[in-house]
Design a protein. Structure first.
Length: 173
């Protein structure tokens, strides 16, 4: 966790900030519920793009900060415990033979995140396949910063930027 996040959370004593933290928890529950519904419908939608690399890849992000390799192993054990499902391109999009023809993508990455390198590789692969990609990288952030709206400035910016991208995409359709 960055020093900024520690200090911000430690100072979160006002009613507004307390409500914001409650909203973050509620949003996390909603995201998990959506994930469960998506899983039950066979519509795999998760931020990991290559489970094999996430679980068995190297790098300094594998053991640092809030989310680390043991956490990712646990998540995958819950999500897709068998190897065949983990290698399925619907669970690990980087394992698809081609990404050509996919709709435009908006990808958010954080510097101190075990999924950062995967995110960058996914952006490169999408671009190489001719898919329009808008990639926003937050160089001082951790995995999960996006959920800290009204607590961290980068989270506010990330959510606002995502909203703009969605509005632009919908307006262009």
């Amino acid at each position: 966790m960055t020093a900024e996040a520690v200090h911000v959370i430690a100072r979160a004593r006002t009613a507004r900030q307390t409500r914001s933290l409650i909203v973050i928890v509620v949003l996390a529950v909603l995201v998990f519920a959506t994930f469960c519904v998506s899983l039950s419908l066979g519509d795999f939608k998760i931020p990991v793009v290559d489970v094999v690399k996430t679980l068995f890849g190297g790098g300094d992000r594998a053991t640092e900060f809030i989310v680390n390799r043991p956490d990712m192993e646990w998540f995958w054990d819950q999500y897709a415990p068998d190897e065949a499902t983990r290698r399925n391109p619907y669970a690990s999009p980087m394992r698809a033979p081609s990404l050509a023809g996919l709709p435009p993508a908006y990808v958010v990455t954080a510097e101190h995140d075990p999924l950062r390198d995967e995110g960058f590789a996914y952006v490169e692969r999408l671009s190489a396949a001719g898919v329009a990609v808008n990639h926003r990288h937050y160089g001082s952030q951790i995995h999960g910063f996006y959920t800290m709206v009204n607590v961290m400035d980068d989270a506010d910016r990330a959510v606002a930027d995502t909203g703009r991208a969605i509005r632009e995409a919908v307006g262009a359709a």
